[in-house]
Design a protein around this ligand. Structure first.
Ligand SMILES: C[S@@+](CC[C@H](N)C(=O)[O-])C[C@H]1O[C@@H](n2cnc3c(N)ncnc32)[C@H](O)[C@@H]1O
Length: 342
């Protein structure tokens, strides 16, 4: 049977079924199942290691197998799949276990508030100021994991293969990672451009997290960590390259923010700005809205297609390139590359 033979309600039945898949995966992550299955185990061995009675475990493991997280091994044993080993085990440098659990939990929390939010007037300002300590917590866990496994590889791909502008490795540039969270993007830029210096700017609580990461990598002589509220303050300095990903959503006024960002660029300086946006295309909305609607319903900003390019243009930047970047956390983002007009 092909997908075309499915009943047209199948999409919605699949949605209902995905709740069971989510729970199966959440339990596996919270019990470190994929660490346990780094060695092949029978159902009885899994039951013993997790201290769960064995009666219902097989169905759970088979569901995880159908989802690509577990493979079968000889002697009726199971083993963590290559995919789960890479992203869901504590031994992996790409581990995203906490990040995935966070996404499940926060989106579930949102679904519980969904109907009530339809009646609430938007209150972005209160949300923004209350978020600072939460961002610091996120910078230690899920944002750290997602930057390490997803954002930094995407940055590398963008600089190596996507951008039409080439920046030679030896260029002595001064860069800014604006709203940089735990700082892995800034660290990666510093390594890629060995003659560069940089600044990471974020809320003070998050900046402390970034500073620890910069110290741990012994790059404090090249990366300065500055802090403040981007709604009221700007980083100090003039920059050749500014990276700003997934930050505008949380600011009070995107136009004011881009005006301020533009003023931070040296003549000919390059801005790489990456944000999810809402286009008029149905498939694209299906990919983006489930993740960004929670913020939109609380008053945060989700750019419409074309808005960012227009804001860059209004604020003295030539838009050199715009590209959909499909390998970013959660859903596609749009990269705009702007050059400061001299
Ligand atoms: C979704 S995270 C993105 C982090 C990073 N740019 C990335 O793409 O991985 C948003 C970041 O913006 C920072 N941020 C949000 N509002 C801010 C504000 N008003 N002032 C300074 N930083 C802010 C948060 O602390 C957080 O680190």
């Amino acid at each position: 049977m092909t997908k075309l033979d499915c009943h047209e309600l199948q999409t919605f039945w699949d949605l209902a079924g995905s709740q069971v898949k989510i729970k199966a995966l959440e339990v596996a992550l919270s019990r470190s199942l994929f660490d346990v299955l780094l060695e092949p185990c029978s159902i009885e061995e899994i039951a013993h290691k997790l201290a769960i009675p064995s009666a219902n475990i097989k169905g759970w493991i088979d569901l995880l197998w159908s989802m690509g997280c577990v493979d079968t091994a000889v002697d009726n044993k199971y083993i963590t799949s290559a995919l789960a080993k890479r992203y869901m085990t504590s031994v992996s440098a790409m581990d995203c276990s906490q990040a995935l659990q966070f996404r499940f939990q926060t989106l579930r929390h949102f679904t519980e508030q969904f109907e009530a939010l339809l009646y609430v007037s938007k209150n972005h300002t209160a949300l923004s100021s209350a978020m600072a300590p939460l961002w610091a917590k996120a910078a230690k866990a899920q944002i750290f994991q997602e930057q390490r496994a997803v954002t930094v590889p995407a940055l590398d791909r963008i600089l190596d293969r996507v951008l039409n502008v080439t920046i030679a490795a030896e260029t002595p540039l001064h860069f800014l990672d604006l709203g940089g969270g735990p700082g892995l993007v800034a660290l990666s830029l510093a390594r890629r451009f060995p003659n560069s210096t940089g600044v990471l700017f974020d809320f003070p609580e998050t900046a402390k997290v970034a500073y620890k990461n910069v110290i741990a990598e012994k790059l404090e002589h090249r990366i300065e960590v500055q802090s403040g509220d981007l709604n009221k303050q700007s980083p100090n300095g003039q920059f050749d390259l500014i990276w700003c990903s997934s930050v505008l959503h949380f600011l009070d006024d995107a136009n004011a923010a881009i005006k301020r960002i533009s003023a931070l660029l040296k003549p000919n300086g390059i801005l790489l700005i990456l944000h999810a946006e809402q286009t008029a295309e149905k498939k694209q909305c299906e990919g983006v809205l489930p993740f960004y609607l929670p913020m939109v319903m609380k008053g945060n900003y989700l750019p419409k297609q074309g808005e960012i390019a227009a804001l860059l243009d209004q604020n003295g930047l030539d838009v050199l390139q715009s590209e959909e970047i499909t390998d970013f956390p959660m859903s596609s983002v749009w990269l705009y590359c702007g050059r400061k007009v001299q």
